[in-house]
Write a protein of this length. Structure first.
Length: 160
């Protein structure tokens, strides 16, 4: 038996499951919007406080000092990707980019995980459930049909 959301296939028979995950599109939409809100604030920081963004890049990504113009460019590219993400456009690209951005961000702070009770390091652990949410939204992107402008919808019954 193969399962596709609310539709189940057994051989050449297709059956619907009225008790299936009807809330899946809503759950994915809420995760997508909440992930967007976090990334939006991080991206705004590059425009409002490029010096802070520079310190973050130096501390966590081991980058040399970069000027404000570089962070404006990075912020503009991120903002375009985030707009596509929150609108549900080019899902493989935008959802994948957000997942990769957050994976890099989560792994680059490994030192904070080693000393969780120093400074505000405990807050860094919040990155892990968000990373899981980024993965879930990416992995289930074909079922993320609520509140997006994508013309591509993958009805469960048409998948083979």
């Amino acid at each position: 038996m193969e399962s596709y959301g609310n539709v189940y296939r057994m051989g050449d028979k297709t059956m619907t499951n009225p008790g299936g995950p009807k809330a899946l599109p809503l759950a994915l939409f809420l995760m997508r919007v909440s992930i967007f809100m976090v990334f939006f604030m991080w991206t705004l920081d590059k425009f409002i406080r490029p010096d802070h963004a520079g310190r973050v890049y130096q501390s966590f990504y081991f980058m040399p000092a970069l000027g404000a113009i570089v962070f404006y460019i990075i912020g503009a590219v991120e903002m375009l990707i985030l707009a596509g993400f929150v609108l549900g456009l080019a899902k493989r690209l935008t959802y994948g980019a957000v997942l990769i951005f957050h994976l890099i961000s989560t792994l680059s702070t490994f030192r904070q995980y080693l000393t969780p009770f120093e400074n505000v390091n405990l807050l860094f652990y919040a990155a892990w459930p968000m990373l899981a949410a980024c993965f879930a939204v990416y992995a289930l992107r074909n079922y993320d049909t609520m509140g997006n402008l994508s013309r591509k919808h993958y009805p469960a019954a048409s998948r083979t």
